[in-house]
Structures are given as C-alpha cells and as structure tokens.
Ligand binder design. Structure first.
Ligand code: ATP
Ligand code: MG
Length: 605
C-alpha cells in the first residue's frame, strides 16, 4: 500500500459528498453566496427537482474574470479578511462550495462586477475548468448547475422524486428568505412560480413580521407573540406562536444564529422547555427565532453544511430562549401560582406518585398539569370530605347542575373509579371512591378508549366508515400529498379513503364513522404532516399513527360539558378497557388520591 496525495477533482468530489448532499444543499450554497455578494434580488430556477438544472441569478457585486477563475478553486475565498475563524460575518467562509458543486456537475458561471466593462463566462465540468470568454451580462452573477451528480452516479441513486427535492429547495429558500426580509427572492420550478417575495420595507421588526406572514401565512403571524430581549451580549428576537397554534411536527420551527439558518438540537430542546407547561409533548409550536451573539461566542465551523453551530455558553442561550418565550406567553403578567398553591401541588404530586392503583396497574402518574395548582384549596383548614365539596366550598363550581350530592346519586362508590360527582372547568371529572377521590382528564381518557376501539376494529377487518355526502377537498401542498398517498393502504384499513386531487390537494371520500365534520379535515392534515416528517422509514408504524390520530380527533374535547350519566359511563368504560390509565401519548388519564393522602395534605395526620 502506498500513500499518495489525491488529485484535486477527487478531493472536491469527496467534499461535495458532504457539502452538496442534495439539490437543496447546492441551492443553499449558491443563494448564500448571492447574499454574501450583497444582492438585493435573488432568483432560483429548477428543472426536474434541481437535478437537470439549478439556476441562481443575483444582482450582487459580481466577479472579475480572474476572481471567477479563483472562485472555483478549492480553498479560495474572499470572506476571511483577517484569516480569523472567530470573526466570521458572512454565510460562507470555507471556499469550497463552488469547487465542490463544479466537481459533480456541469457548472456555468457568468458574472459582471460593479465597475467592470463586460461579463465573462467560465465552465467547470466534472471538475475540469474551461474559460469561455466574454459574455453579455448586467451587474451580478448567474450560476447554472446542470446534471447535478452526473459525475457521482452513486449519489444520483439517492435522489428522491423531483417533487420531494423541489419541496426541500423551497424549504431552504424560505429559511434564507425569513432571515433576510430586506431582500427579494423568487423560486420557479419548471414554469411554476413557487415563491415571489419582494423586499419588505420598514425597520427590521416590521419587515420580519411581514416576511413571516408572507411565508408561513397570515394566521401564523397573527397568532404569534413578538419576542425581543437581550442579556449581556446575547440578543433574541422574532416570533413565538401561541400554544394553540401547534403542529404535529417541528417543521415550522425556524432558528437563526447571526442571520444563519440553523437546525440545532439544543435550540429545539430549549423550545420544548419553554412550552412544556402549555403544550402536549407530542405537539410542536411554530416559531421563528433570531439569535445574535458576538462572532467569538459562536463556532460556526462545526458542520459540513454549516447548518449547526456551537455556543460558547450554551446555558445562557437556553436560558434566554426559555425565559423570553415564557415571559411572552405569560403576557407580562406575574406568575399566577402563589407559593401556597405550589407547595400544595408538590405534596399532591408526591401523594399521587405513592398512591396504590386499582386492579394492580397504577393509572395515576404525577399530576402533569401545572394548571392543577389552580384547583387546589388555598385554605388548608378545609375538611377533606370529598373533592367536590371542597371545590364547592372554595371555588365557584362552573358546572353546578352536573354536581350531585352523594345521596342523590345511585351510582355506588364501590366501582374502582368511583361515582362521578362533578365536572370542573369542563375538563376534569371528579369521582368519589370508597376511600378517596379520582380526577379524570376527560379528553385524555376518552382518547384512550377510542384508540383501543379503533385498533380493535382495524384488526377485525376494518373501521366502521361513512361515505361523505360531499367529499372534502384538502389543500396540503405536493409533498404532503405524496406522503399521504404513500400511506393509502393503512388509511383505508382505518376507514379513510383519499385520492390525489389536482395540484397539491387530496379528496377525502370516506372517513371513520366516529369522526364528525371538521375533525376529518384536521385529522388528514395532521397525518400528512406526520408522514412527511417521518419519511419512508417508519411505514410499519403507520397503522398505529392513523388509529392514534382518529382517537385524538374523535374523542370528547376538553371544554365539553358532560352529564353525570356521561361521566359515569366514561368511568365504567375506563374500568373495562386495558391500559386506560394513560392516554395514547403517555399522559395519565386520571389521578387517584387516597383519603389518607388528602388528610396528610391538610395536616390531619
Ligand atoms: N454570487 C456571487 N457573487 C459574487 N461573488 C461570488 C458569488 N459566488 C461566489 N463568489 C465568490 O467566490 C468565492 C468562492 O465561493 P464559495 O461558495 O466556493 O466559497 P465561500 O462562499 O467563500 O465559502 P463556503 O465554501 O463556505 O461557501 C467567494 O468567496 C466569493 O468571493
Ligand atoms: Mg459560499
């Protein structure tokens, strides 16, 4: 074995393997170069999902012929003026994007600098450079990339459908466009214009909001809270969606660090922390957050595609994200929970964790809802005769007609989950058992029951379905339609019959009988989003996912009033259903407190 130096083209192809993983990555590099060149308008055109052609045209500073020649050489860059990696202020800095792309495609660059007297063209084919000579051109640069990966057939095999690749390009351009609302962006796929964004006027905050609306939709902009805080030399700005504006995936979470779009586990982790108390763990908020830090505090040179960063003080960044979002969500109001309520909750938590369950399986987890604090008495002298009575004495019961006294209700308390006594906040059913009280989350519990039913029906040859009188047309965009249509079989097993309908929409012809009205549309939308996020990897889980989604959309919501009969029926059904102690997202469906625990809570023992 002899050690040898690899030829430059091979080195570039190896680099290309990491830097230009797919057409969207090439688009990202080219658009970033245009932004670095000071362009105000950037146009991207695609053919065949970018595989046949990617064209990026800008009105930036352009290049002289000698600069163009150098630009396609490895490690040639104009962007590290002091050779310092800790002062990076541009999106590019490695000088490897153009040589990498040129080594795996047929690339033509035509450029004219600001004060140059004409344009110039050079071509790089599979790494071989050729000067073509003068060319007509207004100021700026136009780069055509044809036959991407023709020189690396192995990579070619990994290309997804043109539609999927186009969708990825769109996502990439949208991210960059969110980062720079002051610039115009156009994206044309074949002859179809997918994006046409003009520069947003006004100051940075105004422009950002306008761009957010243009890309994510006006409802996102309208249902988001402005964030803006600084701590030491860190700054955070942007928009955080209200908890009610949530999604099945984290796709609509955008992070930018010093203007660079990044995907970062730590940042998404901080987001989970910020929304922990207000969002179910399987739902995802929509956010666009811009973090600014001195270049020396961030290492941007940690990822081949430059989509990740490392912070010198990650804890400070996390703290700022969690803190600023929580403060925004609380609307500036002081924290509601007094120290008494918090202390009481802690004791309740401990009690719930120690409580023995019925029938061997303990349904009760710790109370997960911070809101539970609000249901607890503030006057520890109240006697512990039953939660309904305590509640009645201490608070206004919202739902007086559904609360019954022990004497009036014939349901025996000897059932494992007891007899329903009240519904609080139209969300929690309170029941009395022989030696304690049970608090049930009506939505979580019902969801579990529906889930078990749907799964059983699916296993026994099909979920009861109804043909919709008027089929629903749902606009999803091409990528989600693809993802949904790929799962047609699993959907049909669960009673959902869909078919493609024109560009980017599906038609729902049949739906599970237990779903009514808008629930069908919501469910299909959520599922398409989940499937898209999963990719093809988890096809085996599809049936579960569909059942779970039907259950979620087909069960009683929090906020619906129940009669005592309905509440008791729910309790009896829970007792008869396996695993009913938790909903299918793993949250507890009920909490049981023994009288002994309650007595301890009030200092009676
Ligand atoms: N659209 C453009 N307009 C003007 N100059 C450009 C343009 N694209 C590239 N250049 C010049 O070519 C050089 C090489 O580009 P390339 O993308 O390969 O490297 P880079 O941007 O410096 O670093 P990185 O590899 O991190 O992207 C750039 O430094 C810049 O000077
Ligand atoms: Mg670059």
């Amino acid at each position: 074995m002899t050690i040898r130096r690899l030829p430059e083209t091979l080195v570039n192809r190896i680099a290309a393997g990491e830097v230009v993983e797919r057409p969207a990555a090439a688009v990202k590099e080219l658009v970033e170069n245009a932004i670095d060149a000071g362009a105000t308008r950037i146009e991207v055109r695609l053919r065949n999902g970018g595989q046949s052609l990617i064209l990026v045209d800008d009105d930036g500073c352009g290049m002289r012929p000698d600069e163009m020649e150098l630009a396609v050489e490895r490690h040639a860059t104009s962007k590290l003026p002091e050779d310092r990696l800790d002062r990076i202020a541009t999106l590019g800095f490695r000088g490897e994007a153009l040589p990498s792309i040129g080594s795996v495609s047929r690339m033509t660059i035509t450029s004219r600098p600001r004060d140059g007297d004409g344009g110039w063209t050079i071509v790089v084919e599979g790494g071989d450079k050729r000067i073509v000579g003068p060319a007509a051109r207004t100021q700026g640069t136009r780069i055509e990339v044809r036959d991407l990966f023709y020189a690396t057939p192995a990579r070619l095999k990994f290309m997804k459908t043109p539609r999927t690749e186009t969708q990825a390009v769109r996502d990439t351009v949208e991210r960059l466009a969110l980062a720079r609302p002051d610039l115009g962006f156009v994206l044309v796929d074949e002859e179809r214009t997918l994006l046409a964004l003009t520069p947003e006027p006004g100051d940075e905050a105004m422009a950002r909001r306008a761009r957010l609306g243009a890309i994510l939709g006006e409802d996102v902009a309208a249902n988001s809270l402005a964030i803006g805080e600084t701590r030491d030399d860190l700054l955070i700005a942007g928009y955080a969606g209200l908890p009610t504006l949530n999604r099945a995936t984290s796709r609509e979470q955008y992070f930018f660090v010093n203007g660079r779009p990044v995907k970062d586990r730590q940042l998404s982790g901080a987001l989970r922390g910020a929304y922990m108390d207000v969002l179910a763990h399987d739902r995802h908020p929509v956010v666009a957050l811009f973090i600014e830090a001195p270049p020396g505090m961030v290492d941007v040179n940690v990822h081949p595609a430059k989509t990740e960063v490392r912070f010198r003080d990650a804890q400070a960044v996390r703290g700022l994200i969690v803190g600023s979002i929580k403060r925004a969500l609380e609307g500036g109001a002081q924290r509601a929970s007094s120290s008494v309520a918090t202390a009481t909750l802690d004791r309740l938590r401990a009690a719930a964790a120690n409580a023995g369950g019925w029938g061997g399986s303990r349904g009760a987890g710790p109370i997960s809802h911070a809101a539970a604090a609000r249901y607890l008495p503030e006057r520890p002298s109240l006697a512990a005769r039953g939660f309904a009575e305590i509640a009645q004495a201490a608070f206004s019961i919202v739902d007086a007609p559904s609360a019954r006294s022990e004497a009036a209700d014939p349901t025996p308390v000897t059932h494992p989950l007891g007899a329903a006594r009240a519904q609080l906040h139209e969300t929690y059913v309170v029941a009395q058992t022989q030696d304690g009280i049970v608090i049930v989350d009506q939505h979580a519990a019902h969801e579990r029951l529906v889930y078990e039913k749907v799964k059983q029906q699916a296993a026994e040859g099909g979920v009861a379905r109804q043909i919709l009188l008027v089929p629903e047309v749902i606009e999803l965009g091409p990528a989600r339609v693809d993802a949904l249509i790929d799962a047609t079989e699993a959907l049909a097993e669960c009673g959902i019959v869909v078919e493609p309908f024109g560009e980017g929409a599906v038609l729902v012809r049949e739906a599970p009988a237990m779903l009514k009205g808008k629930a069908v549309v919501d469910m299909v939308r959520d599922l398409s989003e989940e499937f898209l996020a999963d990719g093809a990897a988890v096809v085996g889980r599809r049936l579960d996912q569909v059942c779970s989604s039907i259950a979620c959309h087909g069960s009683v919501r929090a906020g619906r009033r129940l009669t005592v009969e309905e509440m008791n029926a729910l309790l009896r059904e829970m007792e008869a259903t396996p695993l009913s102690g938790q909903c299918n997202h793993g949250r507890p469906t009920y909490v049981e407190l023994k009288l002994g625990d309650i007595e301890r809570l009030f200092g009676r023992r």
